[in-house]
Design a binder for this molecule. Sequence first.
Ligand SMILES: C[C@H](NC(=O)O)C(=O)O
Ligand SMILES: [Zn+2]
Length: 602
Amino acid sequence: NNTDEKEALNFLLAYDREASAMCNNVMNTQWDFNTNITESTKQRMLETQLEYAKFQKDVWATATTFKWKTFRDPSIRRQFKVLSVLGRAALPEEKLKEIQQLLADMRDIYSRNRVCPYVKQPKNASLPIRMESVKCNLALDPDLTRIMAKSKDDNELTYMWQQWHDETGRPLRSKFMRYVELSNEAARLNGFKDTGDQWRASYDIEDFNSELDELWMGLRPLYQQLHAYVRRRLHHQHGKIVPLDGPIPAHLLGNMWAQSWSNLYDTTVPFPNKNSMDVTLSLKRQGYDPVRMFQLADQFFVSLGMKSVPDSFWTASMLEKPLDREVVCHASAWDFCNGRDFRIKQCTEVTMEDLTTAHHELGHIQYYMQYVNQPLAFREGANPGFHEAIGDVVALSVSTPKHMQKIGLLDKAADDPEVDINYLYSMALDKIAFLPFGFLLDQWRWKVFSGEIPFDQMNKAWWDLRLRYQGVAPPVNRSEHDFDAGAKYHVPANTPYIRYFVSFVLQFQLHKVLCEASGHVGPLHKCDIYQSREAGKLLAELLKLGSSKPWPDAIRILTRGRTSRMDPGAIMEYFQPLMEWLQKQNTEEKAGWRGMNSGITI
Ligand SMILES: C[C@H](NC(=O)O)C(=O)O
Ligand SMILES: [Zn+2]
């Protein structure tokens, strides 16, 4: 009856006020821990997380007394639906404390890990260089990231790859297994089969798995062509360790997880005598520092008539790795739940890769600022893939040669089809190379949560999936003493990953729609929506919704009713010229690799 509904509305308003204050409190202590890892900041964070969980449990107890499914107002019903899922707070206190501690410890181990440098033992050395004299203080950011990107020495690359995977993965394995058990217990208390089931619920699609498989099968031919071309180039550089009909060794792709191949651009570019797309050198020569990189990204949103970050962003964010304390370097964007405090934490280096990441993280901040007037329950992306897509959509315009020339980071270049191919190739090394990794990480994790992958086969299953989808193989033998998935931040950090695969498809759909709104004519990959108020208006309309509407409605609004699903058509259209060029290059290649269909290690 409607008195119930009126009372329910008052309950929601009170919840919003109280939850925002509690959330702000937790965000502050989580920020303090992530930007200064010590026992005391860890304990302080755990205390406030426990308080917040108790608060959520009280809210849940009250919310579930309302007959909210019968309410007339769809927005009230939708808010109650969110509040009726309690999450980890459903666990009895002792188990809740245990899982919070495990999560803090796993993040701590991953972030504070340091490894030894590669010491090239001279051939004729009378006695090996004493390793005790070598300081083992190399960090993933920036040391290993730089070595994996720059080193041409197979042995050094193998050594650094193995150091990182052994030193991070192994200590995390037992903690991760216990976290899986507790997380699944919480999921079941919330009415889900397991944690994977709970995570997939964020996409609200019955046959989510088959939709994802379909998307991947549509994109796989393009990935295979890129894989075959890069494999041939690496075979020329590294010789027989790169088999022309097999997987590519994972340590040779310029990235610790082989998830982005952009660092191979300079040594594999199709037309090397044309001007490079890598603006890292220009950034350094023009004296860019992290703040200026973020100002560039912020200015792009302002040019669309969208919001600029508040002054507090510049004073409260952590845009560089501090030298005096331990931090979680993996970049992230933070909403402090009070409608005005938004920050980024990034160990920014002056590189093209980090300029792209800066745009990615500022996309999150723009989303936070746009949906600031939604009730707390709706201050999320339309689905998690949307939140990951916004910054990347802007970066698709910024990275065009035309835009880079406009802002003086790239020399003027005539309209030249070879420059076009170079540009599309540089974009594919990031966007196409990523697709199988973005797809397989949660395929693995969902199967661990469901028990389809037993704990004593986690590593074999990881490398089966890496072979089947990505066509990469470990540079050295691995065993079940290893825990190689744990060497990727999102696994110990308990951050779902399919959102990035969804984002990489969605961002090209958004790009196409915004390009049309901006009046762009011509190939999609040449579009730059810079200064287009029409595009900005349309994007802001989407972001203001937050998660107040089902995400297919959001797509329907964006595409003026043309579609309501994820559609790979836009990414395929964008890369079509490159696909044709690769197919011509690969006529002699055997695209694909042994084991790509069976998924059984041969
Ligand atoms: C793609 C994903 N991005 C992110 O975490 O922001 C990653 O870095 O693995
Ligand atoms: Zn992100």
